[in-house]
Design a protein around this ligand. Structure first.
Ligand code: ZN
Length: 297
């Protein structure tokens, strides 16, 4: 346990993203951190790995920067090889929606879903309260782990297709909705997007699934949490008897939590394949695991 992976974001108006990029580059390089950071006029979104002490120093220095003072860093155990390199970029958005009205969505504009803490969500589950958990992640993320009873948005193949999900949720317009994603950044936009489209009672899970599973492992979130780094899936207390496997082999349908990149039927896939099927003659593992999307939190 010498390495830590940090996951973080902050929506805040940044007047000179290039300047922030330069200072992030200096800071990350001086600490030997690898990973991905996106900076835009609307904030910062990143995931980084380094030695435990270097990650601690990164957090300390970030908290000294006025606009990043209150960033909540999610930390998990790294492997030392979660990222091949350091990549810091300036983009239009810190989470890409391509929505024409994206500048009106998000906490920095005062327009986002109501925050529901992990403790409150746990209470809601315990009370049997009526609400609809809508998962704002892709199918390959959902397949390896998700909240019990949560809704997989079949049309959300890519976060840039948010408008495609509206018909799937039309029947929930007057209901209480809670959105969830890995670390919370997608929900800041997605929950606002639903409000913009006349959904009345929209909450978002504060700190995302990463925060919830840390506090309540093997409870309402079943399986493992998909992550966009070399670990691919993050499990907490997966050796305990109350851990439930929800992942199923894409080829033979047996329970599995083994995610990989592979060739099958002349197509490249990214998903769950069981330990038997990886040995099949018609399944070929690709040499390098490549995350299908550049960054999500
Ligand atoms: Zn199989």
């Amino acid at each position: 346990m010498t390495h830590t992976v940090l996951l973080f974001y902050k929506f805040v108006n940044i007047s000179n993203p290039q300047q922030v990029l330069n200072s992030q580059q200096n800071l990350c390089k001086s600490l030997g951190l690898k990973g991905r950071v996106i900076i835009s006029g609307e904030g910062i979104n990143g995931t980084l790995e380094g030695l435990n002490s270097d990650c601690g120093e990164y957090i300390r220095q970030m908290h000294q920067i006025d606009v990043f003072r209150d960033i909540a860093f999610k930390q998990s155990v790294g492997s030392g090889s979660c990222f091949p390199r350091l990549s810091i970029k300036v983009r239009e958005e810190i989470v890409t929606t391509k929505l024409p009205y994206t500048k009106d969505l998000g906490p920095h504009c005062g327009f986002t879903g109501k925050y529901l803490s992990s403790e409150e969500l746990n209470q809601w589950y315990g009370d049997g309260r009526e609400f609809y958990m809508v998962d704002m992640r892709n199918d390959y993320e959902y397949n390896i782990g998700h909240f019990r009873g949560s809704i997989l948005l079949k049309n959300l193949k890519n976060f840039r297709n948010l408008p495609d999900i509206l018909p799937e949720l039309e029947h929930l317009k007057g209901k209480t909705i809670v959105t969830c994603c890995t670390g919370g950044v997608r929900c800041e936009k997605a929950s606002a997007f639903l409000m913009y489209n006349y959904f009345k009672d929209v909450y978002q899970l504060q700190g995302g699934i990463a925060t919830y599973v840390e506090k309540y492992p093997n409870r309402d979130f079943l399986g493992k949490l998909y992550v966009f780094d070399g670990r691919l899936a993050l499990g907490i207390d997966t050796d305990k008897p109350d851990h439930i496997i929800v992942g199923k082999c894409s080829i033979c349908d047996v329970q599995s939590e083994n995610i990989t990149d592979y060739w099958y039927l002349n197509k490249r896939h990214h998903g769950v394949v069981c330990s038997d099927c990886v040995l099949r003659d018609d399944v070929k593992l690709t040499k390098e695991i490549i995350n299908p999307e550049p960054i999500k939190c």
